[in-house]
Design a protein. Structure first.
Length: 323
């Protein structure tokens, strides 16, 4: 019986690769450090003052230029917002990767930190993701092992993929250094009354890169006034190492500058730091595949910083594996 293929990262690239491989009769096992699939297609659920709130604090919407991706978005139950050219998940952005993943095996809350073994019989060492801190050494606790796997496909941000690769696949390790992302501070804020603002804001050359009335999206609780404010790359870099508690107030002050009336104080406001958010320097090719080591890489960092680019990159990597 053929060994399964391991896919590290259950975002759109990983899901597209998995679906393509499964359609051709291969078995796959996915690993993700999150509680569920999606990566930056993330939704935060928070309870505050007895109210259950939700915020799409990662990717804000989809655009589809290809028929294949447009079909996937329809399959996942997305709806147009804030215009006909863009679509969002219903009732949340995180619903999209869950729908597309279906019953594909995915091991959640696991941080894959090392690859061991040999080509065609790779083993993965993984830890409880809740014990791992970005930029810090792996936990002292003994890892769990999974495998063997016929191949390993990495679909997380390039910096993280290089850490996992270690000395394996040196050509891939070197190539991935070309991919660069900008960070993004995101604030989630809830108010007791509607703000005197349009549903979306995308100012040029401003501290705020994007802001939206998240509760206005299809399938949300329209009686709530929930906002997502995402800082631009320059502002985020200037404030990158501040604590999350220090970020909400200055970004809300920037948002107040666009309001036709004084901005009321939110009854809840929290911040989240995305270290790998907006693509600044792509690889320039659809994916990477080393047929000798049977290790590959896919993601939006390959061809463009869009959700569709991640989907296409994952499908392209699966095609290389199949070839």
């Amino acid at each position: 019986m053929a060994l399964p293929i391991a896919i590290i990262g259950a975002g759109l690239a990983g899901i597209a690769a998995a679906r393509t491989l499964i359609a051709r009769g291969h078995k796959v096992v996915m690993f993700d450090k999150g509680r569920g699939p999606g990566g930056r297609l993330a939704t935060r659920r928070i309870e505050a003052e007895g109210r259950k709130l939700q915020f799409d604090h990662g990717a804000q919407y989809f655009r589809a230029e290809s028929a294949a991706f447009a079909s996937a978005l329809v399959e996942a139950g997305t709806a147009p917002w804030p215009d006909a050219a863009r679509r969002v998940g219903v009732p949340s952005m995180s619903a999209v990767p869950r729908a597309l993943l279906g019953d594909i095996p995915c091991v959640a809350l696991r941080h894959v930190g090392q690859i061991t073994g040999s080509p065609g019989a790779w083993m993965l060492r993984h830890w409880d993701a809740r014990l791992v801190r970005p930029g810090k050494p792996l936990p002292d606790t003994a890892p769990e092992e999974a495998g063997p796997f016929a191949a390993v496909l990495l679909t997380m941000p390039a910096t993280q993929a290089r850490e996992v690769l270690g000395q394996h696949a040196p050509r891939l390790h070197e190539a991935l250094a070309a991919i660069r992302y900008a960070p993004c501070w995101t604030v989630m804020a809830a108010f007791n009354a509607p703000l005197a603002l349009p549903e979306t804001l995308r100012p040029e050359a401003h501290a705020i890169g994007w802001a939206a009335r998240d509760s206005a999206k299809p399938g949300r609780d329209a009686s709530q006034e929930n906002w997502v404010i995402q800082a631009g790359p320059a502002w985020t870099r200037a404030h990158l190492e501040l604590t999350a508690e220090d970020i909400a107030a200055p970004l809300l002050a920037e948002l107040a500058g666009f309001s036709a009336a004084p901005l009321p104080a939110p009854f809840m406001a929290v911040a989240h730091r995305w270290r790998y958010s907006l693509l600044e320097a792509p690889l320039g090719e659809p994916c990477l595949w080393d047929a000798t080591t049977r290790i590959g890489y896919a993601g939006d960092g390959c061809i463009g910083g869009r959700a569709e680019a991640a989907w296409q990159s994952g499908a392209a990597l699966a095609a290389r594996v199949l070839a």
